[in-house]
Write a protein that binds this ligand. Structure first.
Ligand code: SAH
Length: 382
């Protein structure tokens, strides 16, 4: 049995680390870094404001900083982290998937989704994933490496800039030229889900630091509400307990996919280390400490996990807890022998959960035609 620490990825010897970036650093570390560059520590605040409040990483626009200092600060604190390989849009341009190339050629993806009342972004926390779930495209290719804090944060900074500039968001929803929001909030990024590539709790320190950068107020961070952030996990129990102790008010989503250990051992292999009961106990502890409902993710797979008895067992495990179930029709990966459940089985599954008083919704399947949210775009690039 692997010790908990063995689930933490160790980079191969000789692998180059992503360059250090402003978003990797706490406000105090930024001041130290600026001083080490031979500049006054207060310049750290100025650069932070340009990056986190204006999304401006071009030093030419930093007019409050002497020209001579700009290049030095930019070179030391805002190295190029990643570039867009391409954007792919669908759903009438309300969904956009971005494939990123990182400094070492590694590929990751993010997805931006516009709804009538909000904008949600799905981001990656690792390149690839080591959890090996057989229905997930990312799981098939294994883990390349952890993303740095800044590589996680920059996916969002780039999206916020595109939303502000009207590059994504559709006609009539762009912010005005002075940066104020004229759209009734529609173009502001309000929801972030760690449901792209990777297992966020296997890259714990960097993900926790990224949440602080996202939620610290300007200019220290982006000022996004913790309530709008969802961290999704396969159920790494010690990391879930540690997460509960951070004092975050984020939502925790647990990818359960089966209510019984026998089936879950095959769908979510890490279940052989931490069982359904332990995962749910850790989830209830998080609900208690954060005051937030737990989301249970359950991909409905035809004739695999969608039987009436499993719906009933799931209902019995969850009833009476602060919980919400998201049923996700399986998005089959290329070559997969599995498909989504029949409509009548999906309906019966919903009804069985409701009979136990467990709130449930069937998630919309945004981005299917662009292979959204399942690691498939990056997979075609390998
Ligand atoms: N590793 C984390 C987050 C990434 S996946 C986790 O597993 O929770 C985000 C969600 O998409 C998870 O619930 C995952 O189980 C689900 N998912 C992955 N592949 C899928 C597929 N082919 N169809 C439907 N849902 C899928």
């Amino acid at each position: 049995m692997p010790a908990p620490g063995e689930l933490t990825f160790v980079a191969p010897r000789g692998a180059k680390k992503p360059p250090r970036h402003l978003a990797d650093l706490t406000p105090a570390e930024r001041r130290e870094a600026v001083a080490a560059l031979g500049e006054k520590p207060f310049r750290a605040n100025q650069v932070s404001r340009h990056y986190f409040a204006r999304y401006a990483d071009d030093p030419a626009s930093w007019t409050d900083i002497p020209a001579a200092a700009r290049e030095k600060l930019a070179a030391g604190l805002l190295p190029d982290l990643m570039s867009v390989v391409r954007h792919v849009s669908c759903d009438n341009d309300s969904t956009r998937k971005t494939l990123w190339r990182l400094f070492d050629g590694t590929l990751v993806e993010s997805v931006l989704m516009r709804y009538p009342d909000r904008v949600t972004m799905c981001i990656s926390s690792q390149a690839g994933c080591g959890m090996n779930c057989p229905f997930c495209a990312t799981g098939q290719a294994g883990l390349d490496r952890n993303l740095s804090t800044a590589e996680i944060v920059h996916q969002i900074v780039a999206a916020m800039r595109d939303l502000r500039d009207g590059v994504f968001g559709g006609p009539g929803t762009a912010a005005s030229s002075d940066g104020t929001d004229v759209s009734g909030g529609r173009t502001r990024l309000s929801n972030i889900v760690f449901m792209g590539m990777g297992e966020p709790l296997a890259n714990y320190n960097r993900v926790a630091a990224a949440i602080r950068r996202l939620t610290d107020t300007e200019p220290d961070g982006l000022g996004i509400s913790q309530r709008g952030i969802t961290v999704s996990t396969v159920g790494l129990v010690p990391a879930m307990r540690r997460f509960a102790d951070e004092g975050f008010k984020c939502r925790l989503a647990v990818s359960l996919h089966a209510p019984d250990d026998e089936l879950r051992n095959t769908l979510v292999p890490v279940n052989t280390r931490w069982k359904v009961r332990e995962v749910l106990d850790a989830a209830w502890e998080y609900a208690e400490k954060s005051g937030r409902r737990i989301s249970i993710e359950y991909a409905l797979i035809k004739d695999i996990n969608d039987q009436a008895w499993r719906a009933d067992l799931l209902g019995r495990l969850l009833k009476g807890h602060r919980v919400h179930v998201n049923l996700i029709p399986l998005n089959p990966t290329p070559g997969s022998k599995w498909t989504a459940s029949r409509p009548e089985d999906e309906k019966a599954f919903v009804a069985a959960l409701e009979a136990h008083g467990v709130p449930v919704t069937v998630r919309d399947t945004r981005g299917q035609e662009i292979d959204g949210a399942c690691g498939q775009l990056a997979a075609t690039e390998r």
